[in-house]
Each structure stands twice: as C-alpha cells, then as structure tokens.
Design a protein around this ligand. Structure first.
Ligand code: MD3
Ligand code: FE
Length: 211
C-alpha cells in the first residue's frame, strides 16, 4: 500500500524483495570500483560523511558533468536501461498517470553509502533542470529520514524510518522540499539483503541536461 508522506511524496514499504536488494548491492560494488571510484564529495571545503558514486551524469556540488573532474577525470558509467524501467515502475506503483510514467526518463543515479556515523544535513535538490520526480530506494541498515518544508531547513518536518527495500517518490510540491538523514541504525539490515553493514540509497533523477 502507498503511504502519503506529504503532497507529492509517496512511500511503499518493502517494494524491493530480498533478491532484488541483493542484485542491486552486487551492482553497487561494481559501480563503486570505478571508473570513477566512490568518494566523499567536498562541500564548502569539507568532505561529506556520505560517500557517493554516480551513473549517467557525475554530480559534484553543485553541478552535473560527464567527467569526474573532482575525482580522477574519468567519464562516468552510462545510465543503465534497467534503471529507467525501475524508475517508471516506481512512478506507476505510486499512482502517477500513464502519460507521466512513459515520459519519465531518469538519466542519472546518485548512489549513496552511509556507514554508521554518516548523516546528510537538510538540503534541497536543485541542481537538476528538470522538476520530474526523484525515485529513492533504500537497502541495508534503516535510517531516520527527515522531510521538511519548501521554505527553509527548519520545522515543520516529518521524520520517517526508511528500511531496506523501501521506495519513496518525491514529486510535485515535495520535489523542492528540504530533506536529510539524521541517523543510521547499525545492525538493522535484514539478513539476506546483501549488505552486512551500512546503508545504500539510490536516487534516480532526470537532470534535464543536454549533452
Ligand atoms: C526529497 N539522499 O542524495 S533519499 C540525496 O537517503 C539525498 O541518501 C538521501 O537526499 C539519502 O540528495 C535522501 C530521499 C530523497 C532524495 C532526493 C530528494 C528525498 C528527496 C529530492 C527532493 C525531495
Ligand atoms: Fe537530497
């Protein structure tokens, strides 16, 4: 069943089964190895506690490029077709209409890895030209995800526990809401998800970028 978190924000718990979670974790290990190795992006001179590897377009605060000029200069891996299909199914399953589903063509994935100490401060995702929904998939340890308002990083916000296998779609008014991850809960990953420690979050996005 679909849980409404806020206008345009929808949660489906357990959307990925354990086999699908394991498959994504295996792909994650390949992506993390390179050609652009997983790294902590530097924001205003400080490395983030979250480590990120990208597909399709390389994100460096606050822009997208094809080449990881802030890491090793290598070209980012292509965005796989199977992730376009995952994104469309996510929109369909959260009740988006058929027209929006077939137009949705995510072209970048930011794959975040959280160890038990990692956090993500409240921010907006504004680096994309497109305002198409963001699709988020969580695997491994559960976390406390904080969804705020569109005005500022303060209250009111809603805290939600995201667990391994959960899907969230952020569109409409929630697309520009402030959000963050306040805590990861070590030891909460389900046996069989493929990740022994830490949390993976995969976000699918449309950049709206031209080559
Ligand atoms: C709401 N990631 O990569 S996922 C990010 O768990 C990011 O790794 C968090 O915030 C994570 O930018 C949160 C949920 C999420 C992702 C993108 C959003 C929520 C969002 C974009 C707009 C609104
Ligand atoms: Fe974000």
């Amino acid at each position: 069943s679909v849980v409404d978190l806020a206008p345009g924000a929808y949660l489906i718990r357990g959307w990925l089964d354990l086999e699908q979670q394991q498959w994504i974790v295996r792909r994650f290990r390949e992506w993390a190895a390179g050609p652009v190795p997983i790294r902590a992006a530097t924001v205003r001179g400080h490395p983030m506690s979250v480590r990120t590897v990208c597909l399709g377009w390389h994100w460096q605060p606050y822009r997208y490029s094809r080449d990881a000029t802030d890491v090793n200069g290598a070209r980012v891996l292509p965005f796989p077709d199977w992730l376009v299909r995952v994104g469309r199914r996510a929109l369909a399953d959260t009740g988006h209409d058929a027209g929006e589903v077939e137009l949705y063509t995510p072209d970048t994935a930011l794959v975040n890895y959280y160890d038990e100490r990692a956090r993500m401060g409240m921010h907006q995702d504004k680096d994309e030209v497109s305002r198409a929904p963001v699709v988020s998939l969580s695997i491994g340890d559960s976390c406390t995800f904080r969804l705020g308002n569109t005005e500022n990083r303060n209250r009111p916000y809603t805290d939600v526990t995201l667990e391994s296998g959960d899907l969230v779609v952020f569109g409409g008014p929630s697309r520009l809401a402030f959000h963050g991850v306040t805590a990861v809960r070590p030891g909460t990953a389900p046996p069989g998800c493929g990740l022994a420690a830490g949390r993976i979050n995969l976000t699918l996005r449309e950049t709206g970028m031209e080559d």
